[in-house]
Design a protein around this ligand. Structure first.
Ligand SMILES: NC(=O)c1ccc[n+]([C@@H]2O[C@H](COP(=O)([O-])OP(=O)(O)OC[C@H]3O[C@@H](n4cnc5c(N)ncnc54)[C@H](OP(=O)(O)O)[C@@H]3O)[C@@H](O)[C@H]2O)c1
Length: 339
């Protein structure tokens, strides 16, 4: 094969905000698959905020990346050579693989996907980890009821945009929080949010209060920090808070995270706050994917992807998540699919 393989490794662990210096791109060979293995060409690669946690050494729900070893993430690719009865050349597949242009992996770690059902990008967004996160966090923990007020932060991102639309499907009043006026307009005029508020506005707190005249029944938290403190101050009795992510804290140095400052409010409102990891719901994924696919087909659930072209731009795509440069799911387009 004449094409060159490349791999992205963790060069060193960041303290604070990572930069391109924390990644190394190296040339490596393209190996031939052995029996039971497939050679996969990466078409799209997913960059996700949780990967920031894996760049640090601390203990978490998933093992840290190792320095000088490849970073792993979810990839959609095309089978180039198959030494497995389960896959043929030209099949589209998904899996957690090293950030490489080509990977040789055991067929048992590969899931076939069907591009005639949905575009390849959907399998890394609304029909993938982020759509499932929105679905289970909101429906299992948030449990929105008709007429209740649901607030979601990072609302124009991959998880948040799905949360708001699913809450609308369930008859809730939905308020989104995002970081640019263009995103505010997108949420209100395209995704049908009842109201959206820019957390960078000087009068954010006042705007949020006005957007939630009946208080907040469900807060789907993607960001933590002061945005969350402001939402928590509006909670109603027996509110539910699915704790999904805390991106505003991911680049803090040790000792800089002071946690939520209004715990007494949680006590007084008897609010339930519950952290969750989407993989907790693995056994229920097939049912959820049916619902998500039906809502897409019925035009009730839209999804957007922001793509950066070029494998070498993967670190930039990842770093952009922390600057809010993405709308919907941030992906990297690594190659053209050949079939
Ligand atoms: N629990 C789970 O199983 C699970 C699974 C997937 C994702 N998550 C979490 O869910 C959250 C959203 O993930 P995603 O993949 O959908 O990413 P995303 O929302 O598509 O992208 C991240 C967004 O976060 C916002 N942001 C960045 N820095 C911020 C800050 N300092 N303060 C407030 N907002 C900030 C940016 O939008 P703005 O322009 O609005 O700032 C950015 O676009 C993340 O916290 C992630 O870790 C959890």
């Amino acid at each position: 094969m004449s094409e060159q393989n490349q791999q992205i490794k963790l060069a060193k662990r960041p303290e604070g905000t990572p930069t391109k210096e924390h990644f190394d791109i190296v040339d490596i060979p393209i190996n031939d698959p052995n029996d039971g293995e497939v050679l996969i060409k990466t078409v799209y690669l997913s960059v996700d905020p949780y990967m920031r946690g894996r760049m640090s050494a601390g203990k978490s729900y998933v093992k840290p990346f190792e320095v000088d070893k490849p970073i792993n993430g979810t990839i959609v690719g095309e089978v180039v050579t198959s030494k497995s009865d389960s896959f043929s050349k030209g099949d589209f597949v998904r899996g957690m693989f090293p950030w490489q242009r080509y990977n040789v992996v055991s067929a048992s770690h590969v899931e076939k996907i069907d591009p005639s059902i949905a575009p390849l990008t959907a399998y890394l967004s609304v029909l993938g980890m982020t759509g499932l996160t929105a679905y289970f966090g909101l429906l299992d923990i948030g449990q929105p009821k008709e007429g209740e007020t649901v607030v979601v932060s990072a609302a124009a991102g991959a998880v948040g945009s799905a949360v708001g639309q699913i809450a609308k499907i369930k008859g809730a009043k939905v308020v989104g929080i995002a970081g640019t006026d263009e995103k505010i307009d997108y949420l209100e005029s395209q995704l049908g949010f009842d109201k959206a508020v820019n957390y960078k506005a000087a009068n954010f707190k006042q705007q949020l209060k006005e957007a939630c005249p009946n208080g907040v029944d469900v807060y789907f938290d993607n960001v933590g920090g002061t945005v969350t403190d402001n939402v928590l101050s509006l909670l109603n009795d027996f509110a539910r808070v699915p704790l999904c992510g805390a991106i505003s804290t991911y680049n803090l140095k040790p000792g800089e995270d002071h946690g939520p400052s209004i715990l007494p409010k949680i006590l007084k409102t008897r609010t339930t706050i519950k952290g969750f990891i989407v993989s907790d719901y693995q056994e229920q994924f097939p049912e959820a994917i049916k619902d998500l696919a039906n809502w897409i087909a019925e035009d009730k659930l839209q999804y957007e992807v922001t793509t950066i072209d070029g494998f070498e731009n993967t670190p930039t795509a990842f770093l952009n998540l922390f600057e809010g440069k993405n709308k919907g799911k941030q992906l990297v387009k690594v190659s053209e699919a050949s079939s």
